[in-house]
Design a protein around this ligand. Sequence first.
Ligand code: HEM
Length: 538
Amino acid sequence: GAPQTRTPTGAETGAPATANGQQGAFLTTAQGARLRDTDHSLKAGPRGPVLLQDHHLREKITHFDHERIPERVVHARGAGAHGEFTAYGTAEAVTRAGFLAKGRTTEVFVRFSTVLGSRGSADTVRDTRGFATKFYTDEGTFDLVGNNMPVFFIQDAIKFPDIIHAGKPHPDREIPQAQSAHDTFWDFVSLHTEAQHHAMWNMSDRGIPRSYRTMEGFGVHTFRLVNAAGETVLAKFHWKPKLGVHSLTWEEAQLLGGIDPDFHRRDLYDAIEAGAFPEWELGLQVFPDTPEETFAGIDLLDPTKIVPEELAPVQPVGKLTLNRTPTNFFAETEQVAFHVGHLPPGIDVTNDPLLQGRLFSYVDTQLTRLGGPNFAQIPINRPHAPVNDMLRDGFHQQAVHAGVAPYRPNSLDGGNPFPAGDDDHPFVDVPVQVAQAPKVRANPASFDDHFSQVRLFWLSMSPVEREHIIRAYTFELGKCYHQAIKERQLQCLANIDPVLCAQVATGLGLPAPEPTVPLADVEPSPALSQVGRQWPAD
Ligand code: HEM
C-alpha cells in the first residue's frame, strides 16, 4: 500500500547514488575493484598476443561497443534544457490541472529538434522544429509534445509512415538531409493535398528559425480541458517567445550550415550559461465544447487547420524559463521520452485522429529505442509525483519492489489505494458522448478543404515574407528530378494563389497552370506574420 517510488535510492540498490554516477578517488572496474593500469592490455610478454583472461580489457571494450542506442525515428537531432514553469492562475476557470493554479512553479525539461535529419545533421536546415516540454507536475508528468508550426501534414496518424518515408532521405543514396529538396517529398505533398498547408509553413521563414529562443511552439491538436466542477472546454496550446519570433535568412542558414552546424544548440547553451534565460509564455485559445467540435466554421479536430488569433485570442496562462543546461547529453537529451498521453487530471485528449495515433506511437517506439518497458525509471523520465503502480520486472528494472505481487482486489498487502471518501478524486474520465455511427475508414467532409487556409497564410504574409516563400518553393522544387512532380505542385500553388504560382513557375522555367478550384475567400490573419509582431503586448 505505501507508495513505492520508482527512483532507486541507495537503500534499494545497496549503493549510494551520486549525482555524477561515479564515486571514490581511484579508478575501478564496473565491479568496484581498483585498477592499476588501464592503458595496456594483458599480454604474453611485451610482444606477445593479448590474453583472453584480461577481463578489464574486455569489459572496457564491450561496454564501449554498446554505447550507442538507436536514434529517434523522427526528431533525431535535438538539444534540451531544464527550467521552470510558473502559472499565472488565469487557466484555473477552465482546467483543474494543479500546475496551472496561480503562483504554482513546476520543474520542466524541454527538447527542441529538427524532424528529418539524423542525429549529426545541421541545425539550420529548412524543416519543422520540435518543441517538446515535460512538466514534472505533482499530479503526474504532463508532456506537451509540440512543434514550431501549428499545423501538420496529415489528418490521420495512419499516414505518418507515408509522410516520413517521403520526407526522409532516399533509401539508395541516403540524401538529402534537408527535408524539402526532394522528389518524394513533393510527390507526396502534391498528391496528398492536405499537406499543402504545413508545406507552406516549411517554405516560409518559420522553416529556418533564427534561434530556438525565437520560435513559437504549438500543441497543434485541440485538447479538452476539465475544470474543478467537471465542466469542459476545447483548447489549443501556444508558446510565445519573449524575444519575439525571428528567422534566419536563407543565405544565413546556408552559410551557418557550413560554418557552425551546431548553431542552434550553441545559441541555446551559450544564452543559458550567460544568464540570458530564454522565456516563453504559455497561452491558450479556448473554445466552447460543442457537439460539433467546431469554432467559426473551423473543424477543431482537423490538425491541418488553425484558428486565427484574431478570432480566438491566445490568453497567457504562465511563463516558462529555461535556466539550466543538461549535465550529460545522453542521460538527459537522448534518453528523455515524451508521450502525448502523459496528461495530468484537467487535460484530456480529443478525437483528432492524428492525436489518437500518436497516443500509440510514442511508447511503442520508446520500447525499442530505450531498451524495454522500464524507461520511465531513467532519471530524466522519473515523475516528480509519487509513483505507486502495478508494473513489475522487465529489462533494466531498477526498483526493488517489496511485498506481494500487485493485483486488485487484494486483502494481503494491507493498503487500499482507493480509500472511501476519495470520490472527489481528480482522475475521473470525462464522460464524453461517443457517436453512434457505422465503423468506417473515412474522414468527415469538413476535412476535405485543403487550400483555403494555405491561402489565408499566404495572404497574411508581408511582402518580404512572400518573396522568401516564392524563393523557397523555387529553390526546393528546382532540386526535383521529375518534371511531372514540379508541374503537379505548381497546380497546387495555382489553387492557393495565382501570383505565387506564376512567380514560382517563372523561376522553374515552366508554364503557370490555371486554378482547378475556386480561390477561397478568406480574411488574412496579421498575427501569422513575423513582421511587426508584438508579443507579449508589453
Ligand atoms: C517524436 C511532435 C505527429 C511519431 C516527436 C517529437 C516531437 C514530435 C516534438 C520529438 C520528441 C523529443 O524531443 O524527444 C509531433 C507533432 C505531431 C507529431 C507536433 C503532430 C501534431 C506524430 C505522429 C506520429 C509521431 C502522427 C506517429 C503516428 C513520433 C515518434 C517520435 C516522435 C515515433 C520519436 C519518439 C522517440 O523516439 O522518443 N514528435 N509529432 N508523431 N513522433 Fe511526433
